[in-house]
Design a binder for this molecule. Structure first.
Ligand code: URA
Length: 434
């Protein structure tokens, strides 16, 4: 086979055969093809898209570029959840122990934050000592022993994706549905799970700003999962405003612990239960979502979900004292309050502006090399539909580095709009794809 010929055919809108796609992914992963040729191929895919059969072949080739975990000897159903990323989206952290406490095994591979969206791994690493880089042997042991592991992808999981994602990042080819879908699904299918629940975020703070674009991405991923034999559903959920109250790393751990203790903000709790109920039904431990919700409520009320989180924190080297007492998590030295300049009702609480503001304060990274400030972040005090009076706090900025403050404050101020009202908070779940 000839790589240039494949580029030319894709460029001219022809479909490639599964064997050709497998070959080109293998050649690139083995460094037998230079970056400039793969970049041209990615741009051709970006422009021309992939047909359903091409996409299935592309994803399978990425999946088979590395190790595929096999948990078939573990009796419990294996189910995971994946979010396409948002602001304040810490759902995985309370969700995974809740679901594990209900008898589902959760081999969760998560990512890091980039740009204005946070990453589960960064949040977990604000727990002193918590290790997210686990080798496949330890990863398996944790699933066997605890029914739960919260880790990053090891070098051996879908190595083609790591290489291709870095190239996409540098060649303007990230926002392509088939490339996003194959990237996410190759890593998730490598976890050896029986079922997958996708949370596809929609709105200004998300990858997909409009419902139709999100639905199309969701359908692409659900089709990939189904074709692979892994039951997959996607919920389309709001990301026009941040989820919960906390945007940051340590602060999002504290908010997750609040959910595990039976508290936490309503929207975060509701979405966690909604996604958790899907996981329990797909895993076959509950026959319908009302029963699944009751099971989740029970593991919160009994403390079993909280205990499961403490158990996995200890197993991954983390300090359980900060989970038992979140006031011991890293805290920023300074606080700046964004206040309402008039009476009224919040009509806008923009996820993107607040996400970028938190990143500027140090909670996120603009480039992969940036180091995160685990204690920096924003507490959102008012969300869409809330009545406020002049002088009320809209957001609290937590910071350590003054040079980052001016831009973040301006962004946070601009994130809010106060109107006459009433304003209806957006629905949390905007649609689903099954
Ligand atoms: N997340 C991924 O893992 N890959 C993408 O391409 C986009 C988001």
């Amino acid at each position: 086979m000839n790589f240039i010929e494949l580029i030319e055919r894709k460029r001219d809108g022809e479909a490639l055969a599964a064997i050709e796609i497998a070959w080109l992914i293998d050649e690139y992963t083995a460094s037998r093809v230079p970056d400039y040729q793969m970049s041209a191929m990615l741009m051709a895919v970006f422009k021309e898209g992939l047909r359903e059969d091409e996409l299935a072949a592309w994803t399978e080739a990425m999946l088979h570029s590395g190790e595929i975990l096999d948990f078939s000897d573990i009796a419990a159903p294996k189910v995971d959840k994946h979010s396409t990323g948002g602001v304040g989206d810490k759902v995985s952290i309370p969700l995974a122990p809740m679901v594990a406490a209900c008898g589902i095994a959760v081999p969760m591979i998560s990512g890091r934050g980039l740009g204005h969206t946070g990453g589960t791994l960064d949040k977990l690493e604000s727990i002193p000592g918590f290790r997210t880089a686990l080798d496949p042997v330890e990863f398996r042991q944790l699933v066997e022993r605890h029914g739960l592991v919260l880790a990053g992808a090891s070098e051996t999981i879908a190595p083609a994706d790591r290489l291709i994602y870095a190239l996409r990042d540098a060649t303007g080819t990230v926002p392509s549905n088939p490339l996003i879908a194959s990237s996410i699904m190759s890593k998730k299918l490598a976890e050896g799970i029986d079922a997958l629940v996708l949370d596809v975020k929609v709105g200004r703070g998300a990858f997909k700003r409009d419902l139709e674009g999100a639905r199309s991405l969701a359908k692409t991923m659900v089709d990939i999962g189904t074709a692979h034999g892994t039951a997959t559903v996607a919920l389309l959920t709001d990301m026009s405003q941040p989820l919960g109250r906390e945007i940051g790393n340590a602060s999002e751990i504290a908010e997750s612990v609040a959910v595990l203790r039976g508290g936490g903000p309503d929207d975060l709790v509701e979405l966690t239960y909604t996604l958790g109920a899907e996981m329990l039904v797909m895993g076959g431990v509950a026959t319908d979502t009302p029963i699944a919700r009751a099971m989740l409520e029970e593991v919160i009320a009994s403390g079993a979900a909280f205990d499961k989180f403490v158990e996995v924190v200890i197993a991954q080297g983390g300090d359980p004292a900060v989970i038992n007492d979140p006031d011991r998590l890293p805290a920023a030295r300074h606080e700046t309050v964004v206040i309402a300049d008039r009476d009224g009702v919040i009509t806008r609480c923009d996820a993107l502006d607040l996400g970028v503001a938190a990143m500027r304060l140090g909670a996120g990274r603009a480039t992969k090399e940036d180091v995160i400030d685990q204690s920096a972040g924003i507490t959102v005090e008012a969300k869409v539909g809330d009545a406020v009076e002049r002088g009320d706090a809209l957001a609290r900025l937590h910071w350590n580095d003054e040079s980052r403050l001016a831009e973040a404050t301006e962004l946070a101020n601009g994130a809010f709009q106060i109107g006459e009202g009433p304003a209806i908070p957006p629905s949390l779940v905007l649609g689903e794809v099954r």
